[in-house]
Write a protein that binds this ligand. Structure first.
Ligand code: C2O
Ligand code: CU
Ligand code: CU
Length: 492
């Protein structure tokens, strides 16, 4: 594992030379021979309600024969998928065997803040963190990742992330595909930058702080251009954009329709037929794809449609790298029985939104490049002006005090670029995006929303957060978060 300093020096130089020689596009995509790795599934129930993870350094071959220094949970890269059921109390213990302080944040779990794993719960090297997760939310796909003060981006980039499947029986009732690793596939999608030896390059430096770390190769569950053998029928994909900054504009090369059934906080009211879906960092969508025609299908992403225009602003230097890219192949196998054939049109009841007028309102302006450009021209440190409402994150400052059980509308505004805005400890409804109602697939429960210019979100606060353990709200471009585009609220 490179030290932080080596990464800063060596990685920065390599990243710069990659930009100069113009090796954009995908490193290795004519393969589609590596089988899609599927993270092992750990069921809390079969472990007697206990889950143990070890955050550790490792080596992983993103490309065959070319090992990279990585980080992982109980393995060299990523982490096991954790299955938990509504009503369970899951005891966890997480040991930190790395040489850097970490935390483990349960992104999307509705749990009290003292076990949310935010920067206030550091796990020092050699230490173990033990707490209990009371699972009391609807069926959904959530995830876990590090959240240490100012070191989140690097730790996630080198491999720390895993999925959490919350179950309450709804998917079974609806007859959805649910055989893990067969017709129910987790897909952690992340863009990465590699050097010629197959090692990861973390593109550090002021440009990275401004636009977020962006790679030219998309990995799926830690593999470059893999193939998944799937039943020739309906397959469920649990999509997570685990990238530090890049938005993915997913579609199949043959333009086939898929059905979106769930977003961050659980099932949608109705399934939504789509041919393209934009996923911002930390968002999850579950989709059903029909492979019953037996034809191979390629999943790909278009260019990031809301990538920052830094290339233009900075006179051609350091344009954000986010070309269109193939991701993986699905090879249907008609000897495998397809277990599910029909997409359920209606899924779950969504409660009507409470009347908005009587609710409290708050406004959060995400300060980005507009301020940063000014700061740089004024000789300031790049990134110093990243913040919210004019202030950079401060662990000792509470930015909002919220009454437990209340609902509020938060107005989120951006500056020069789009930001994925995330709130801990809640699921929310998107009321508007840039002044218009959100599209149907964004009308379910969310914990992250991509804000181009403005968004109104309606939040109901159900989890306790005392002063010693405030909940975070922040941009999920991890470099922005680390640089200060984060605030904290207490709730009681
Ligand atoms: Cu997934 Cu505070 O983050
Ligand atoms: Cu979170
Ligand atoms: Cu941001």
């Amino acid at each position: 594992m490179p030290t932080r300093r080596e990464t800063l020096l060596g990685g920065g130089a390599l990243a710069a030379s990659t930009l100069l020689t113009g090796t954009s596009g995908c490193a290795q995509t004519n393969g589609f021979t590596t089988l899609l790795p599927v993270p092992p599934l750990i069921d809390a129930r079969s472990q007697g309600g206990a889950i143990r993870l070890v955050a550790q350094e490792g080596r992983h071959e993103f490309m065959a024969g070319r090992p990279a220094a990585t980080l992982g949970y109980s393995g060299p890269i990523l982490g096991p998928t954790l299955r938990m059921r509504r009503g369970e109390e899951v005891r966890f213990e997480i040991e930190n065997r790395m040489d850097a302080t970490t935390t483990v944040h349960w992104h999307g779990l509705l749990i009290p803040s003292d076990r949310d794993g935010a920067p206030h719960d550091p796990i020092a090297p050699g230490e173990t963190w033990r707490k209990v997760l009371p699972i009391a939310q609807a069926e959904t796909t959530a995830w876990y990742h590090p959240h240490p003060h100012r070191d989140t981006a690097r730790q996630v980039y080198f491999g720390l992330a895993g999925l959490v499947l919350i179950e309450d029986g709804t998917g079974a009732q609806l007859g959805l595909p649910r055989t893990y690793g067969v017709d129910d596939l987790p897909l952690i999608l992340q863009d990465r930058l590699f050097d010629a030896t197959g090692d990861l390059i973390y593109p550090d430096g002021p440009m990275t702080v401004m636009q977020g770390a962006r790679g030219n190769t998309i990995t799926a569950n830690g593999a470059v251009a893999p193939v998944a053998r799937v039943p020739a029928g309906l397959v469920r994909l649990r999509l997570l954009n685990g990238s530090n900054a890049r938005n993915l504009d997913l579609r199949f090369a043959d333009g086939r329709t898929f059905h979106v059934i769930a977003s961050d906080g659980g099932y949608l009211a109705t399934s939504v037929a789509m041919t393209r879906i934009l996923i911002a960092p930390s968002e999850r969508f579950e989709i059903l794809v029909d492979f019953s025609d037996g034809r191979a299908a390629h999943l790909e992403t278009g260019p990031d449609p809301v990538a920052p225009m830094m290339g233009m602003m900075m006179g051609g230097m350091g344009r954000a790298q986010s070309p269109a890219a193939p991701i993986m192949k699905f090879a249907p196998d008609d000897r495998r029985p397809s277990m599910t054939t029909a997409v359920p049109p209606t899924l779950v009841d969504m409660p009507p939104l409470p009347p908005i007028d009587p609710l409290g309102r708050r406004r959060f302006v995400l300060n980005d490049m507009g301020m940063m450009m000014g700061g740089m021209m004024g000789g300031g440190r790049a990134g110093a002006a990243l913040g919210i409402n004019g202030q950079a994150f401060d662990m000792d400052r509470i930015d909002a005090e919220i009454a437990l059980g209340s609902s509020e509308v938060w107005d989120i505004e951006t500056g020069a670029m789009a930001h994925p805005f995330h709130v801990h400890g809640v699921h929310f409804s998107v009321i508007s995006l840039d002044g218009a109602p959100p599209p149907v697939h964004l009308q379910g429960w969310k914990d992250t929303v991509l804000v181009a210019r403005s968004a109104e979100i309606l939040i109901h606060f159900t989890q306790v957060a005392p002063r010693a353990h405030p909940f975070m709200f922040h941009c999920h471009i991890l470099e922005h978060e680390d640089a200060g585009m984060m605030g904290q609220y207490v709730c009681g």
